[in-house]
Design a protein around this ligand. Structure first.
Ligand code: HEC
Ligand code: HEC
Length: 444
């Protein structure tokens, strides 16, 4: 899928006013959904023509969308609005505009829910989500049989059902005790991504999921071995409800065949269902909670341009980490190195302009995913944000949104740095906190 318009922020404007009728004070929240304006616009395909000339089709289309992008809602959390409403949406399978024959559904269709203020995800039509497929994927994700010597499962490095990452390690150790080359990534909201890994080398999750199994620094196993082990695995005798893999595969795919392809498809189904959209930030957007003064300051800095000529002194974060997913699904160089040791995206595309570029990580739950950056160089959130204040290093591929600042970065005063960190902590999904998880998993 070609990259789509990257930033999709939903903004709300609070219109504090006194209405004539009863002279009562009222606040009306006007939501503005940028995603509606740009819709399915594809930057590289559709954007060559517009200079708002008379009769410019694209400009007319955008103008029409702007009207639809505004929606009023009551402020103060009385009425959930259409944007940021509290009723999650349910997705049906679709991948962009493609009209492919959907695969026959075997089993119970899975109800995939997501926040009302998220864009529609592009679920694969040829691998429809089912309860049985997702359950098989979750089982495989947690099963050390997928690794050499049965020492490690996917969950060893991606803990808590894929929610967060290898607790505190910069580089996770594989089955042979050798460290990998990059920091493990958190696995939520992958349904909105189309290229995976820090350098985007995997084009689909079914393809991605088979790579760590065979990676010699990770699970270091062969696919034929995995298939053979799954075929002969006995259901744990102690667990009366446990079923054999042949039964699990039959429920998910209709026949008991265990193949590497099906392992990939089941893992893909499970990975697609891991979502996270309930944080203080989301509640504030729905009018159910309020930012503290410091969080509000951080929110504004995060979403404001740094343009001194216009009297704007924001922190420019939204360019890359904007929108409800807090990532723009793109690759960028945020100035970690003058001469990158790890060439990142360049290793996939071979283009000089991609040297040192990495997948922009979502900042949802960032409080829980230390250490930070592709190599885990920053141990705390303060340190990671301080990088943008003083640590930015110049190179040919440094992103223009960072290259425009003074040497070293945006030189924010310490209270602003702390405000940004306070705002980032509002992006934490409380249910993913280790304490909340172990309470939920503990027997009653
Ligand atoms: C030894 C630790 C380790 C194990 C085991 C492991 N992973 Fe990972 N995972 C990583 C690391 C490190 C990365 C980032 C690697 C890179 O970018 O080169 C990653 C990245 C990913 C991503 C990309 C996420 C994104 O946003 O692009 C997915 C998906 C993923 N792993 C799924 C899995 C699955 C499924 C398994 C089991 C089959 C698994 N991982 C096993 C360490 C591990
Ligand atoms: C030009 C795009 C861009 C801008 C602007 C930007 N970032 Fe980033 N950010 C990135 C990329 C790319 C990475 C990953 C870099 C890497 O690991 O090589 C990243 C990583 C991070 C991380 C670490 C996340 C993790 O899981 O490891 C944090 C925290 C962060 N950025 C916060 C911010 C804040 C706060 C701002 C505004 C002050 C900001 N970013 C501005 C592109 C950007």
């Amino acid at each position: 899928m070609p990259p789509r318009y990257p930033d999709k922020p939903v903004c709300s404007y609070l219109w504090d006013t006194t209405l004539g009728v009863h002279s009562e004070h009222a606040a009306v929240r006007l939501n503005f959904d940028l995603a509606t304006v740009f819709g399915e616009l594809t930057l590289d395909r559709d954007t060559s023509s517009t200079h708002s000339r008379e009769g410019d089709e694209l400009a007319d289309w955008l103008r029409g969308n702007v009207e639809r992008a505004f929606s009023p809602s009551r402020a103060g959390g009385l009425q959930p609005s259409s944007v940021g409403g509290s009723t999650p949406k349910t997705a049906t399978a679709s991948r962009g505009h493609e009209v492919a024959a959907p695969a026959k559904i075997i089993g119970t269709p899975y109800r995939f829910t997501y926040a009302a203020h998220f864009p529609k995800p592009a679920l694969p039509l040829d691998n429809p989500l089912t309860e049985e497929g997702v359950a098989l994927g979750r089982r495989l994700f947690n099963d050390p049989l997928l690794s050499k010597g049965e020492k490690q499962s996917c969950a060893s490095c991606h803990q808590m059902d894929g929610g967060t990452v290898d607790a505190g390690k910069a580089f996770s150790l594989g089955v042979d005790g050798l460290p990998g080359k990059r920091n493990a990534m958190p696995l939520y909201n992958l349904a909105w991504k189309s290229e995976f890994f820090w350098d985007g080398r995997a084009k689909s999750l079914r393809q991605q999921a088979l790579m760590p199994i065979q990676d010699e620094l990770e699970m270091h196993e062969t696919l034929p071995n995995v298939v053979a082990k799954l075929k002969s695995a006995r259901a744990a005798a102690a667990d009366a409800k446990a079923i054999s893999y042949a039964t699990s595969f039959t429920r998910a795919f209709g026949t008991p065949d265990i193949t590497a392809e099906r392992v990939g498809l089941a893992l893909e189904q499970f990975l697609l269902t891991v979502t996270s959209f309930d944080s203080k930030f989301d509640r504030v957007m729905r009018g159910e909670a309020q930012f503290t003064t410091e969080e509000q300051r951080g929110f504004e800095l995060f979403h404001t341009e740094h343009d001194p000529r216009r009297g704007q002194f924001g922190a420019d974060c939204f360019h890359c980490h904007g929108g409800p997913l807090f990532q723009n699904v793109a690759f960028a160089n945020n100035g970690l190195e003058r001469e990158p040791k790890d060439l990142g995206r360049y290793l996939v595309t071979g283009r000089d302009g991609d040297k040192g570029k990495f997948s922009v990580p979502s900042l949802r739950n960032v409080e829980l995913t230390a250490p930070y950056m592709h190599d885990g160089r920053h141990r705390s959130l303060e340190e990671a944000v301080f990088h943008y204040v003083r640590g930015v290093k110049r190179s040919e591929t440094l992103d223009p949104n960072l290259a425009k600042h003074r040497p070293g970065g945006m030189h924010l005063p310490p209270p602003d740095l702390h405000a940004l960190v306070a705002f980032l902590k509002t992006l934490t999904d409380e249910s993913l906190r280790p304490a909340a998880r172990s309470a939920a998993l503990a027997p009653p």
